[in-house]
Design a protein around this ligand. Structure first.
Ligand SMILES: Nc1ncnc2c1ncn2[C@@H]1O[C@H](COP(=O)(O)OP(=O)(O)OP(=O)(O)O)[C@@H](O)[C@H]1O
Length: 236
């Protein structure tokens, strides 16, 4: 069960955006869908502990990652969250292998033997062995996406947060990788939350969809809702 309630504001000198969002679901694959600027990425960032939250909670299977009323706010690395960033955010100066291992190493410490074995297994299972020593800039979009996904999984997450994981890919590859991702999530047996404004992502992957707009949830739909596609296409 993912149970989220978040109230926060972000602002710079000229703009302010208020997020006030709540959703709770048992669905294995959840989509947050909505137009650009709806607050989707901010929601994932706050769930991952990358943004300060004024009030609210994030509970995963009853475990509080954040609970402002109870004074709980786990550090990002203690949350058990695998995060795939929009545009992947790979480190350009690190090899594929070091990118995947990044979250497992700490300053001046070498990778422990079982972590190194885990990284090797991920490299193997994502078909990246021949590219392990290469830098991200020399990889195709699909290969970069696999590296980013392997990196998100390296810390054995209890939930996977995916921010527009296919945005940089062309249609055929998107279709292929959606199928891979659906199968991967099923194998791992952990819940996933995907952020997207592509109806095809939602139709192919999500068991439940929350339509966001203006920093809040406007509608909740199950994947088998006959109105789903129309609602996605209606969404601004
Ligand atoms: N640090 C900030 N200061 C001011 N406004 C911000 C800040 N960060 C985000 N915003 C604004 O908050 C709103 C929500 O941003 P968010 O990234 O969550 O949108 P989104 O729904 O993920 O959009 P997209 O689909 O385009 O990625 C946007 O209008 C954005 O400009």
């Amino acid at each position: 069960m993912i149970d989220v309630r978040l109230q926060l504001s972000v602002n710079d000198a000229r703009r302010r955006f208020d997020l006030d969002i709540a959703f709770a679901t048992d669905a294995p694959f959840v989509a947050l869908y909505g137009p650009s600027g709806a607050g989707k990425s901010l929601t994932l960032q706050a769930m991952a502990g990358l943004l300060p939250v004024q009030a609210g909670h994030v509970r995963l299977n009853g475990r509080a990652l954040l609970d402002t009323a109870g004074g709980v706010c786990l550090a990002p690395e203690a949350r058990g969250v695998g995060y795939l960033f929009q545009q992947y955010a790979l480190f350009p100066h690190l090899s594929v292998r070091d990118n995947i291992a990044f979250g497992l190493t700490s300053w001046r410490r070498r990778l422990k033997a079982d972590d190194a074995a885990r990284v090797d297994a991920l490299i193997e299972s994502f078909g990246l062995a021949a590219l392990a020593a290469s830098r991200p800039a020399t990889l195709s979009g699909g290969q970069q996406q696999r590296v980013a996904l392997a990196r998100a999984l390296a810390c054995k997450p209890r939930v996977l947060l995916l921010d527009e994981p296919f945005a940089a890919l062309h249609t055929t590859l998107r279709r292929e990788l959606r199928a891979e991702l659906r199968e991967l999530r099923r194998r791992l047996g952990i819940p996933a939350v995907i952020v997207s404004h592509d109806p095809e992502d939602v139709m192919a992957l999500a068991d439940e969809v929350f339509l966001l707009d203006g920093g809040g949830v406007r509608q909740r739909l199950r994947a088998d809702d006959p109105d789903l596609r129309a609602a996605l296409e209606r969404s601004p």
